[in-house]
Write a protein that binds this ligand. Structure first.
Ligand code: ZN
Length: 245
């Protein structure tokens, strides 16, 4: 089965549309979503609708989804993230608020080997950035594979023979996972990449062949930037898109 894994879209419709267009050119059986449909970007309503329409086979909620839906207040958010999340509450319909509110808490186990979460296995809002964070999650996780988001950095951590390390994965190049290892896989962010590559990021994974690709696609960044400013959202969220940080 071929899975497309999408994460951290953050109301960036141009980026999501570019990803959906690239998915239309290849056989995909399921789409999984790792949270943060909204927050930061200028099109939270259209982005959420497009995502809901794809018929997600697996979905979890992100920290921004929770705040916009009113499940939590933006405690621990940076001022820019907080302002964006609170403004976003006014930019979405009651139907979209209901959809956001219904997104399940991760981790969600998709099959015996694989789970999906927003932050980490042990904390849905926790960050996995360094190998030591990954080692902590490997200790708790009960599956061989965990797809996670939240850091907006595409990448893979592996646990092999008791050692945890960053597993090399080049963008847009297919690589095969090993049966005797465990993996934490971050597809990267569609709507606000922070790994110095401004292109929209997502992942493709084949559950039969264990082949993984961390994909990047170009999209109309200027248009997404304009919409952020027009929506009255913090301008910093527009500026950072061009730099991917
Ligand atoms: Zn995010």
């Amino acid at each position: 089965m071929r899975i497309a894994i999408l994460s951290d879209i953050h109301g960036n419709l141009e980026a999501l549309e570019a990803v959906m267009a690239s998915l239309e050119t290849q056989p995909i059986d399921e789409i999984w979503f790792l949270g943060d449909a909204v927050g930061y970007g200028g099109d939270p309503e259209e982005t959420s609708r497009l995502l809901a329409k794809t018929g997600l086979a697996c979905a979890v909620r992100g920290n921004h989804d929770k705040v916009v839906a009113g499940i939590e207040e933006p405690i621990g958010f940076s001022p820019i993230a907080r302002d964006a999340a609170l403004r976003t509450r006014d930019l979405v319909s009651p139907e979209t608020l209901d959809w956001l509110r219904a997104l399940p808490k991760g981790p969600v186990q998709v099959n015996p080997q694989t789970a999906a979460c927003h932050g980490s296995w042990e904390d849905e809002d926790g960050y996995i950035i360094f190998a030591q964070d990954a080692a902590y999650t490997f200790y708790y996780m009960e599956t061989e594979l965990l797809f996670f988001g939240h850091s907006h950095r595409a990448g893979v951590f592996a646990e092999m023979n008791g050692r945890v390390f960053e597993w090399p994965a080049e963008p847009n190049e297919e690589a095969e996972l090993q049966m005797d290892a465990r993996y934490l896989i971050n597809p990267g962010s569609i709507g606000q990449p922070r790994d110095r590559d401004p292109r929209a990021a997502y992942a493709l994974f084949d559950t039969n062949t264990l082949r993984l690709t961390l994909c990047r696609v170009r999209y109309d960044i200027r248009q997404a930037q304009m919409k952020i400013v027009q929506a009255g959202l913090p301008e910093m969220n527009a500026l950072r898109l061009a730099e991917g940080r």
